[in-house]
Design a protein around this ligand. Structure first.
Ligand code: 5AD
Length: 431
């Protein structure tokens, strides 16, 4: 369906393929054994995940060709910088001009960008971030599905509504429920990429989680990200062997002292070891942190962005801290939308070329215009919640989560309309 379009394999050597989308070339890893030059394939996150019959591929491509270029044009027009997009603040103007030429802002410049007070200056930073997003990534916007398989958790993260000590009603989807929900997302709704998420030690052993991953991979063509907390290096290995190729694990904050305060009994180093081990194993990394934590400074946020980059994240996941009434951080305020947008835009300025930047559900909960604002400030990735509705509200990490009561079909309709209005193609065109 519509989350990705067929690519033509132009060249393949060992496990590396050159694939083309209407002439636009990408490189993709090919772990399938039946792929040859001239084949049509679907790719996700830089992996070829499925071969298509040529007739079917050509039919899809004919329906896409005009729209593909129309969307690109609309996006390029909206992302262009004009002669009026100049700041009267010479220092800011210098930083943004250099950023446009590929010079990454220094740490002190980055802090300045987060502290800007004028609406016009903040707007210009976002516009520059959007310009860079378009220059490096064109209009592709990746749309992952996320399936929350269990809300059991052994950890007591200070901000989280499903932490071990919370009295939320617990659920754990059965093996069959998980396969059915994943199957529906992939077969019926066309997702090519799925995140499986739960609390840490969620009621399934690692071996069982690996069996779930393997069972989905055996039945459906899909790129799987796992997000089960810190599963240990051996756990990561088992899940990779089962077919998982992505890890979504936020380090939450790069400030080690703050980390230990918020995560009693755990430390930042162990979190980072997981992320480093996963990258070394070949996982695609999605990571990031919370914005607006009590005690967090602008310097911390800049370090968060630098850390995310140094962990080779292919996707940045930064969302606002939203106080949960039953957590010990209940009395702390949530951040302003402009603070979240400032971090997304700065992330794009600091890592323009390499990364996808996610508009998180937490940000969508903070602002009903999050997608539009975030996608126009450097963002190029969204998630759709495919957790069965009867469980959705129980994954209560923060209150009143966006899309809590929306069917998958409705979320898709809305997302496609929002993306189309901005000229974005809901496709992951590979790395
Ligand atoms: N506000 C915002 N995000 C939260 N998370 C957990 N609790 C909250 C909250 N109160 C995020 C954490 C975690 C992800 C699954 O959910 O960053 O990594």
């Amino acid at each position: 369906m519509c989350y990705t379009i067929p690519a033509l394999v132009e060249n393949i050597k060992n496990k590396s393929a050159t694939i083309s989308y209407f002439g636009e070339r990408k490189t993709a890893v090919c772990e399938l054994t039946n792929i040859a030059c001239g084949d049509y394939v679907y790719a996700q996150g830089g992996y070829i995940i499925e071969k298509l019959p040529p007739d079917e591929a050509k039919k899809i491509l004919i329906t896409w060709e005009d729209l593909f270029f129309q969307l690109q044009e609309l996006d390029a027009t909206r992302a262009a910088l004009g002669s009026a997009d100049i700041s009267s603040d010479d220092i800011l103007q210098g930083i943004l001009e250099r950023a446009r030429q590929g010079v990454i802002p220094s740490q002190s410049e980055a802090v300045k960008l987060l502290n800007l007070e004028s609406v016009a200056s903040r707007g210009l930073v976002r516009k520059t971030a959007n310009y860079l997003r378009q220059q490096y990534h064109k209009n592709s916007c990746c749309v992952h599905g996320i399936l929350e398989i269990s809300n059991y958790c052994v950890r007591n993260c200070a901000y989280c509504g499903i932490c071990a000590s919370s009295n939320v009603t617990r659920y754990r989807m059965s093996f069959t429920e998980i396969i059915n929900a994943a199957g529906e997302a992939i077969d019926k709704f066309g997702f090519k990429s799925l995140v499986l998420q739960s609390g840490q030690e969620c009621g399934y052993t690692i071996r069982e989680l690996a069996e779930i991953v393997a069972a989905i991979k055996a039945r459906f063509p899909v790129l799987i990200f796992v997000s089960f907390g810190e599963v240990g290096v051996e756990g990561l290995r088992q899940l990779y062997q089962a077919g998982a190729r992505g890890l979504l694990l936020r380090f939450e904050t790069s400030n080690a002292v703050l980390y230990e305060k918020l995560h009693p009994g755990y430390n930042l180093d162990s979190r980072l070891e997981h992320l480093k081990a996963a990258y070394a194993m070949g996982y695609l990394i999605a990571t990031g942190g919370l914005v607006g934590l009590p005690g967090q400074t602008e310097e911390d946020l800049v370090n968060d962005i630098l850390l995310t980059s140094s962990l080779h994240a292919e996707m940045f996941s930064f969302g606002p801290f939203l106080p949960h009434p039953a957590s010990c951080l209940a009395k702390y305020p949530k951040p302003l939308e402009q603070d979240v947008l400032g971090v997304l835009a700065l992330a794009r300025l600091m890592c323009a070329e390499k990364t996808k930047i996610l508009i998180t559900t937490a940000y969508e909960t903070l602002s009903s215009l999050a997608r539009e604002h975030g996608l126009m400030a450097g963002g190029n990735s969204i998630m759709i919640n495919v957790t069965p509705l009867k469980y959705r509200a129980l994954y209560n990490i923060y209150p009143h989560r966006a899309h809590e009561n929306e069917t998958v079909a409705l979320q898709i309709r809305q997302a496609l309309a929002e993306l189309k209005a901005l000229g974005r193609g809901p496709t992951d065109l590979g790395s």
